[in-house]
Design a protein around this ligand. Sequence first.
Ligand code: AMP
Length: 133
Amino acid sequence: MTIFTRIAKGEIPSYKVAEDERFYAFLDINPLAPGHTLVIPKDVEDDYIFHLDEETYAGLWAFARKVAVALKAAVPCQRVGVAVLGMEVPHTHIHLVPLQTEGDMDFRKTRPEVTPEQHKAIAAAILKEYEKL
Ligand code: AMP
C-alpha cells in the first residue's frame, strides 16, 4: 500500500482540503508555496497518470478543477499552476500550486517554511471554500 493510500484511508495524518467518494486532496508537506495541494485517486495506486482508465482520469481532473477553484478562493494568487511529476511517490497525484510568479512552479527551488498551525489554517480555509461549491 502506498503512503498516499494510507493518507486517504486516514491511517497517516494529512491536512485534508477536499474529499469525495473516489478522490482526496491534501496539502503537500513540503510546499512550493503555502497552499500547495496534492490531488489523488483513493484506490488507484498506479504511479503513472496516463495509465488510468479514461473514466478515472476524467474524474480525477474534474475533482482537481473544483479543488483549484476552492484553493484560489482561499489563498490569494494570480492563478493555480498544475504539474504532474510522480518522481518520488508511486501513486498518481496532481500538484496544484498557488502562483504569484512563474518561478513559484520551480520544483528545485528552496521551499518556504510553513508551520503546522499555518498548514492547518490554510487547509481549513480551502475545505470551507470547497464545501461551498
Ligand atoms: P512527486 O512524486 O515528485 O510528484 O513528489 C511527491 C510530493 O509529495 C512532494 O512534493 C512531497 O513533498 C510530497 N509528499 C511526500 N510525502 C508526503 C506526505 N506524507 N504528506 C504530504 N505530502 C507529501
